[in-house]
Design a protein around this ligand. Structure first.
Ligand code: ADP
Ligand code: ASP
Ligand code: MG
Length: 621
């Protein structure tokens, strides 16, 4: 007999008929000899409707009252589903988040789960009842009992957290698609279903815009090793398993806010090649990385920043032994990238830096916690380490620094994040971990370079981002710390962070531009906050662009495959889509493009990687 947590999303419980169909499935699962906890969302688009009501009354509704309002949606569903089960003769009881004892932070509208008191749940389960729990909600503390919500899409997180707390055999997420597909079938009907995907890959996909799972749910599954499957509530098809490595038993206290950083990584065998002043037009990145992949040069980080005027900088890192080859390719291609019209001083130029090191912090606990990256930057600043490049992913922040600073940087980070010796990974150890990641990836059964394994598992689009650029930021230790520390204080999460390679000396101070993306809702506020301090800190103008889209590819198999980036850039170039920013990590590449080209970008990249199937998906209304 298994203990299963099932979660049904809004569409799956969108009508009386749907609730009855869910009750039938639950009943059958119990008849098959299982114990069940069922987590449900609000019916259909109820939550959207409630949000709309609130905004009709207030432009900036009080967050506590928002939680009071939104939590009612789920409460309707739990009562109706329990009644439907009782009609079938199945003993069932509905419970709110508070009644279950889901205790969260006191952060209204975005609370993280701290603890789940399972006694009452376990008692009902033992009595043979199906417990129907309201997803998306909790209480701030047992004494205060303030209702909190976990953030939109948070019912997935409620379900996986319950599965972890109850040590359930597995957690099933029932939704309106047959499982996790290579991309959103609403935008690309040819998207294909996957049998399985690793937690690491899904974490990136979910946070880069694939709405099918709440990223925090994937994070909990990964941290606690909860077997997780996404399935259609319309069929009995097997769906998609989200796989995780075996994990050590972990305390359930502070469930979602346990240690944010698990490892510090470093690599001293790195060199940087930068092309400055390449023209800002479609096809440039494609040309450069096409040639790089033809010469079989494996690049690690790629970063492209935007600039005033009409030229960009593109920088990438390679391991030292292949630097010569990389440099030769860049030097050979630079003349071809020169724009005809620009004056001599504005021509593309190659810059090489031999003695650099990459230091990274790694951990799923940093998702949505802007303070973690800020703390890394502050720690490096205190250690007087200047940051040359920054690259972020959902679970990792990497900084390129001078090789001479590496030991100092690592020591400072270890102290700041309480990292034991065994949790420090050198490049070799990191490589071994990457290998493990690849082997764990269900797509690559044999070797990472096996031609049959898809390098790219999925493509995601995020249309809810805004881009900010700060001009002429003085290039000295502590600038990133100041900037991101300030945003962290306002609880603003920064996504892609890109520093330009080009330094300009103004008033005897070397300066760089810094660009980054934030959630669109935070765009204007971020601009306001930064503009207020710009003069005092000696920064130039703060520019905001809300009409952007971020398109990303994800796949553990892309490690050590030079052609992947080139293929993505080439697909965009062929369709005349200009790339504004590029940022990579080991398992993802993201490009910022104009918003109006976002969907097209998603479609052409999906097709370029051969992910389209012959069947078309029709998502239920
Ligand atoms: P639920 O209400 O069941 O939680 P959501 O609307 O939150 O459902 O998530 C399911 C939706 O996620 C799908 O209808 C689909 O449009 C979207 N989606 C985005 N990316 C993907 C993907 N890679 N695979 C499957 N669905 C995706
Ligand atoms: N009902 C909430 C929402 O629409 C939570 C969820 O469905 O996951 O965001
Ligand atoms: Mg959802």
């Amino acid at each position: 007999m298994a203990l299963i947590v099932q979660k049904y999303g809004g569409t799956s419980v969108g009508s009386v008929e749907r609730i009855q169909a869910v009750a039938q499935r639950v009943y059958k699962t119990v008849q098959a000899g299982n114990s069940l906890v069922v987590v449900v969302s609000a019916m259909g688009k109820t939550t959207d409707g409630l949000v709309k009501l609130a905004t009709e009354i207030s432009a900036n509704p009080n967050r506590r009252e928002m939680d009071m309002l939104l939590s009612t949606g789920e409460q309707v569903t739990i009562a109706l589903l329990s009644m439907a089960l009782q009609e079938l003769g199945q003993p069932a009881i509905s419970m709110t988040g508070g009644q279950v004892g889901i205790v969260t932070e006191a952060e209204h509208t975005r609370a993280r789960i701290l603890d789940i008191k399972t006694n009452r749940l376990s008692r009902y389960i033992k009595d043979g009842k199906v417990v129907v729990v309201a997803g998306f909600q909790g209480i701030s503390s047992v004494e205060e009992m303030e209702i909190t919500t976990l953030g939109r899409g948070g019912s997935d997180t409620s379900a996986v957290a319950l599965a972890a707390a109850l040590k359930a055999n597995f957690c099933e997420i029932y939704t309106d698609v047959p499982g996790i597909l290579t991309t959103d079938p609403r935008l690309v009907p040819e998207a294909q279903l996957m049998d399985a995907i690793t937690c690491d890959e899904m974490l990136e996909l979910a946070s880069l815009g694939a709405k099918v799972l709440h990223p925090r749910a994937v994070e909990i599954a990964r941290n606690y090793g909860v077997p997780l499957v996404v399935r259609s509530s319309w069929t009995d098809d097997p769906g998609t398993w989200v796989t995780s490595a075996k994990v050590q038993e972990r305390s359930l206290i502070n469930l979602e806010i346990a240690r944010p950083v698990d490892h510090v990584e470093f690599d001293t065998d790195q060199a940087k090649v930068a092309l400055l002043r390449v023209p800002d037009k479609p096809g440039v990145a494609a040309k450069l990385f096409g040639e790089i992949s033809r010469q079989n040069v494996d690049v690690d980080l790629i970063i492209q920043s935007i600039h005033e005027g009409n030229s960009n900088d593109i920088a990438f890192t390679v391991t030292t032994p292949i630097l010569k080859r990389a440099e030769a390719v860049a030097a050979a291609i630079a003349p071809a990238l020169r724009s005809q019209s620009s004056p001599k001083s504005e021509e593309a130029e190659v810059m090489v830096e031999r003695n650099i090191a990459k230091v990274s912090i790694v951990g799923a606990g940093m998702i949505g916690r802007p303070g973690v990256a800020a703390k890394m930057f502050a720690t490096l600043a205190q250690a007087k380490v200047n940051i040359e490049m920054i690259s972020t992913s959902e679970v990792k922040v990497s900084c390129v620094v001078d090789a001479a600073d590496c030991d100092r940087a690592v020591a400072a980070l270890r102290t700041a994040f309480e990292i034991e010796a065994g949790e420090l990974l050198s490049r070799e150890a990191g490589e071994a971990r990457k290998e493990k990641l690849i082997l764990l990836s269900p797509s690559s059964s044999s070797s990472p370079s096996s031609p049959s394994s898809p390098l790219v598992r999925g493509v995601a689009l995020d249309m809810n981002q805004a881009r900010l650029a700060i001009r002429q930021v003085p290039d000295r230790p502590g600038m990133a710390a100041q900037l991101f520390g300030l945003l962290a204080q306002h609880n603003i999460s920064v996504d892609m962070i890109i520093q330009s390679q080009r330094c300009r000396v103004i008033d005897n101070v070397p300066r760089r531009d810094i660009a980054f993306t934030v959630s669109q809702v935070d765009g204007e506020n971020t601009q306001k906050i930064l503009t207020q301090v710009a003069a005092e800190l000696g920064w130039g103008e703060v520019v905001l662009d809300c009409a952007i889209a971020k398109v990303s590819i994800v796949g553990a198999g892309m490690v050590g495959q030079p052609g992947v980036a080139a293929k993505m850039f080439e697909a965009l170039a062929q369709h005349q889509i200009n790339i504004q920013m590029i940022a990579t990590s080991e398992i993802k590449i993201s490009c910022v493009v104009a918003q109006e080209q976002g969907v097209k970008a998603l479609q052409v990249i999906h097709a370029a990687f051969g992910l389209a199937g012959s069947e078309k998906f029709v998502v239920p209304a």
